[in-house]
Design a protein around this ligand. Sequence first.
Ligand SMILES: C[S@@+](CC[C@H](N)C(=O)[O-])C[C@H]1O[C@@H](n2cnc3c(N)ncnc32)[C@H](O)[C@@H]1O
Length: 226
Amino acid sequence: MSKAHGVKKMFDSIAARYDIMNRVMTLGQDQRWRRFAVDKANIPESGTVLDLACGTGDIAALVSQEYPSSYVVGADFSTNMLREAGRRFGQQISWLVCDANELPYKDDRFDAVTFGYLLRNVDDSLKVLREVYRVLKTGGMVVCLDTTPPEKNILYPFIRLHLHYGIPLLGKMIARDEDAYGYLIESTMDFHQAETLADIFKAAGFRGVGYKKFMMGTIGIHWGMK
Ligand SMILES: C[S@@+](CC[C@H](N)C(=O)[O-])C[C@H]1O[C@@H](n2cnc3c(N)ncnc32)[C@H](O)[C@@H]1O
């Protein structure tokens, strides 16, 4: 069964408490990673940028602040997340309801496409990356921020404990939705290792693919060029 229906319903239900939970859960580091992702996108002055799975709009807003003459679209399939985005950042960004699997754009439309925490939630990462590749201009950058399954090193037992017990507990207390944050951990553990994800970027056609990990290897930022 496709993940889409459940994922959409879950984000619709946590939209109002999503941002506060993010700040607490990442010890305030989440904006630093988004800033790194935006810097990697190599956006030209007056560029066109698509922030897919924009949620409550943080990445789209950073793009718009750093590149005020750019045209920024924030797209997501959760209308409640988009409503929060519009409330927080207003209409200098174009907010669009759409599914990342089928983008309502012609080929070669954007100078850069960014997304935070999208691929872990889709059925087929390669399919979405091919769709992103299609709408990018030649020379345009894709940048993807997501969680990554932790490596089995000396810190692994502590990280595992935090992921399996700490985060769902915070989810229960702050977001009042333990299941949503249980899903976050399950989908992280089931997601591709960073190296495998880099190979999927290459299979979609991207060149110069690279990645960097953060937060004791539990967050990864991947990039590539069309
Ligand atoms: C964890 S939130 C991330 C929001 C934002 N990018 C951020 O950095 O905080 C994931 C978002 O992906 C959206 N999403 C998941 N699958 C999607 C799909 N197939 N098409 C469009 N949006 C999707 C969800 O609705 C949700 O808003």
